[in-house]
Write a protein that binds this ligand. Structure first.
Ligand code: NAD
Length: 338
């Protein structure tokens, strides 16, 4: 297997398990994209992550080099042109490795934002013990709207209930066992003090939070996005924060995060002005797509990815396959969409 975009924490977990699954791994630091796909020549399996570019060109290069299986070590697969892989390359993913990791990070972001502990931390390091400007608000009794009530959304709902919040939910495919009140998207936008996004990025959900929808929200509402950056129109978000229509935003993901997140850019000029302005705001918190980053989740990612590869090698059913014909995974495409 050729393992793209390797970080030390990936290598630790895959190295611990690779022998028991009999998988040989070559690790490379570069991201999978049009320029690097040729490196996979001769590798039957390629492993990639959330910010790889896996379009027609990349898929054709992989297939020409002999690759047969694309093992995504993540849940989301919006960066893979699934229709294009049909009949060329099989694709597997890790649908659930720790919904707790992501849901807990969403709550960590929310608590940091509303209690300003990020600012307090910086102040006390310089022996500034003033409290002026650090007034927050109670989460207890506030209304939170959760968009997407799947694995992560439902864990997040449980956490919010533990805080004594009123929880509203919206999902295109509502479930029965959710401990929240399902409402329409419009109702959720109108009533929520805080909105947290937990749905996948699809053509329907791209810019789900845009200027029009922000107008419907309460003045001072807060947005938490730990799902995918392009669910939020960043320019509209910036304008709404500037005009004080929104009270804050916590973003673990950003629509233009590719080539920025997961890299140290501290010695470079930040060319993305929208991101630079967002980060400069005192009521915006950005983490670099790290909601998944717990030991528990990394271990599960390695285990499930290697099991997916073993199952493929042994000709077994691929329970975590994503393809146009799959009925069970994520938001399947239909034959008619091919
Ligand atoms: P899931 O498939 O269990 O749940 C997604 C939910 O969204 C489902 O209930 C589905 O019905 C709903 N949904 C689909 N289309 C919708 C729409 N148009 N409007 C409203 N709801 C819709 O997925 P999950 O495991 O809970 O993960 C959710 C997302 O979190 C993933 O798609 C991924 O993008 C993101 N994620 C982020 C990180 C991170 O590190 N930040 C890690 C893992 C996953």
């Amino acid at each position: 297997m050729l393992f793209y975009d390797t970080k030390s924490y990936d290598k630790t977990n895959f190295d611990l398990l690779k022998r028991s699954f009999a998988v040989d791994i070559t690790y490379v630091g570069v991201e999978l994209n049009e320029q690097t796909a040729a490196m996979a020549k001769g590798y039957e399996v390629v492993c990639a992550f959330v910010n790889a570019t896996i379009n027609r060109d990349v898929i054709d290069q992989l297939v020409a080099g002999g690759t047969k299986l694309l093992a995504m070590r993540c849940a989301g697969y919006n960066n893979v042109d699934i229709k294009e892989t049909c009949g060329k390359l099989r694709v597997v993913r890790v649908p659930a490795y720790s919904p707790y990791a992501v849901a807990e990070h969403a709550m960590a972001l929310l608590l940091t934002l509303v209690r300003k502990t990020n600012h307090a931390y910086v102040r006390t390091r310089e022996f500034n013990f003033s409290l002026v400007g650090l007034v927050g608000f109670d989460l207890h009794g506030k209304t939170i709207g959760v968009i997407g009530t799947g694995k992560i959304g439902s864990v997040f709902i449980d956490i919010c209930n533990g805080f004594g919040m009123r929880v509203l939910a919206y999902d295109a495919y509502p479930k029965t066992e959710i401990k929240a009140e399902y409402v329409t998207l419009d109702e959720l936008l109108r009533q929520s003090d805080i909105i947290s996004l937990h749905c996948p990025l699809t053509p329907e959900t791209t810019h789900l939070i845009n200027a029009e929808r922000i107008k419907e929200m309460k003045t001072g509402a807060i947005i938490i996005n730990t799902s995918r950056g392009a669910l939020v129109d960043s320019q509209a978000l910036l304008e709404a924060l500037r005009s004080k229509k929104l009270g804050g935003a916590a973003l673990d993901v950003y629509e233009e995060e590719r080539n920025l997140f997961y890299n140290d850019n501290s010695t470079k000029i930040m060319e993305d002005e929208t991101l630079a302005l967002l980060i400069s705001m005192p009521n915006v918190l950005v983490t670099s797509h790290q909601a998944f980053l717990t030991n528990d989740a990394l271990e599960n990612i390695a285990k499930v990815t290697l099991q997916n590869i073993k199952d493929w090698r042994e000709g077994k059913e691929l329970v975590n396959e994503v393809c146009v014909d799959c009925k069970s995974q994520g938001t399947p495409l239909k034959h008619s969409e091919k």
